[in-house]
Design a protein around this ligand. Structure first.
Ligand code: HH2
Length: 290
């Protein structure tokens, strides 16, 4: 199976579809708690253009309550196994900050660990990722989910996020994670005001300059609602705008709930920017000149 991280490093865009197996996620909590519903949802995201499926069993929304390791394992492992059994060709990502959950998910067929704490949440995590030779997404967050949106402050949000990501990448590499397997993510909405999020989007090229593919997760987030006054179920256009802007600034991995519209928007932008296009099959985002 090809690594979507390698695809992104080569310059092609990659849609990462969100599979939340949670009762309390901010936009789709409770919809896919049943494993068969989550598996079907993942397959549908893949048919719509997602080449990574990001399976998560714990909400990180502001104020969310922590979930026990046992409960998180109970939620995510059957879904990962089910996606593999169903023949999904997508790269499966596990959205967790617990090393034991990452380990079980990797054994079940995941090959990417998406850790919103950037390996700070569990001291075993770096060793688990390195030991499995897995891909890894390192995300910036100020504080922790329960309290992160209480007056976040930065002197220079882009400079501070950049320094943090650089340091976490160094730490990951020092633990044996191959640099070629790392994705970097500014963590839109994680300890950030609307102005911080917009500044990070505007100056995303400064993070791209770190030399690894940048992932971005704006999908349906509250800052979009604050600007458009739209409820969470009506933020697709706003999500497309931010992802197109992020692509233009150099991001290559796009974590979204609505894979189809975002895939199509990015296919057009990529074709325009690269002066290359081909009709893509619904499950492929590969661009070619043939
Ligand atoms: N955002 C969320 C969760 N995980 N991971 C990365 N790398 N980047 C993100 O921006 C990101 C993430 C929040 O979105 P969602 O999973 O839909 O919500 P919840 O945490 O409530 O389940």
């Amino acid at each position: 199976m090809t690594s979507a991280v390698a695809t992104a490093a080569a310059g092609d865009f990659v849609v990462m579809g969100v599979v939340n197996v949670t009762p309390d996620s901010f936009s789709d909590g409770g919809l896919y708690l049943d494993p068969s519903a989550a598996i079907e949802h993942g397959l549908e995201l893949e048919r719509s253009g997602a080449s990574i499926l990001d399976v998560g069993g714990e909400s990180t929304r502001p104020g969310a309550n922590p979930v026990s390791e046992e409960e998180e394992l109970r939620r995510v492992v059957p879904v990962i196994e089910g996606l593999r059994t169903a023949g999904s060709a997508a790269q499966i990502s596990i959205d967790t900050s617990k090393a034991a959950v990452a380990k079980a998910a990797l054994a079940a067929g995941a090959t990417l660990v998406n850790d919103v704490t950037a390996l700070r949440g569990d001291e075993e995590m770096a060793a688990v990722v390195a030991g499995a030779g897995a891909d890894c997404c390192l995300m910036h967050m100020l504080g922790e989910p329960r309290t992160m949106q209480r007056n976040p402050h930065y002197d220079d949000v882009v400079g501070e996020v950049k320094r943090f990501l650089e340091q976490r990448m160094e730490l990951a590499v020092s633990h044996g994670v191959s640099e070629s397997r790392i994705l970097l993510d500014p963590g839109i909405g994680f300890g950030k005001t609307t102005e911080h999020n917009l500044e990070l989007l505007r100056r995303l090229d400064e993070l791209v300059a770190l030399g690894r593919p940048v992932a971005i997760g704006t999908s349906r987030k509250s800052f979009l609602g604050r600007i458009t006054a739209k409820p969470v179920e009506d933020r697709i256009a706003a999500t497309i705008a931010t992802n197109v802007l992020a692509y233009e600034r150099g991001a290559r991995v796009f974590r979204v709930h609505d894979a189809g519209p975002i895939h199509d928007a990015l296919a057009i932008v990529a074709a325009t920017v690269k002066r290359q296009w081909a009709t893509t099959t619904p499950t492929s985002s590969t661009m070619s000149t043939t």
